[in-house]
Design a protein around this ligand. Sequence first.
Ligand code: FPP
Length: 251
Amino acid sequence: MTKHAPETDTIPRHVAVIMDGNGRWAERRGISRIEGHREGLEALRAVVRGAREMGVRWLTLYAFSLENWSRPKSEVESLMMLLDRYVETELEEVIEKGIELRTIGRSDRLPPRIQDRVNGAIERTRGNREMGLVFALSYSGRTEIVDAARKLLRDAELGKIDPERLDEKTFSEYLYDPEVPDPDLLIRTGAERRVSNFLLWQIAYTEIYTTNVMWPDFREADLLEAIRDYRTRERRFGLTSAQVSGARDAG
Ligand code: FPP
């Protein structure tokens, strides 16, 4: 690599995805939004397989936001059904491929049957190390930060935390899953350019890639394209370009 060809020459360790566009994909075809979510599940399956094969270590998928609870009841029920179906039909393959399932979010709001299914899958995949697959379920980035602050305040009251010594590292240990590193790459499909309350704390230095591809059409080739684009980026983390290339040449 030359000094003037900035690249991150590795596969991103953690890819996070805002899977958007299911509804519009369906509406354009004159079919129900639920059909769009169903095809979205096919995209999800393909991307999990692709990410695992490409050597992505962590994959976080925004499957259901806290705000999504306000969608029409039939749509919410369909999304729950699809989640249930995914876990039911893919669990054996997930185990065989060494994937560990995790969730972030207020999953205590999910229907008890779904909670049981998801918790069972988390148990059965615990400790798998090929890839961590994190489902953001009933998730809101701001709520995650508020939930962290609440736990932290309780610990401060108990004298376990000295407010004067609080730093970013300690705060981040109160987030939903502190073991998962910050995303390197955030992909948003569906032609929107918003962050939509996703991983607000964690994406401070994440590279963002947006595409007009609607989520139901997204496949391994699109993931590869996003990763190719990521690899052309120079991640500076607030430093200058010269500092970054100097450190790279030294390292
Ligand atoms: C956004 O599309 C997508 C979602 C709200 C959920 C993502 C769901 C799946 C990928 C299907 C599998 C489901 C689960 C829960 C695993 P949108 O409906 O907001 O699309 P629009 O912006 O075009 O209306």
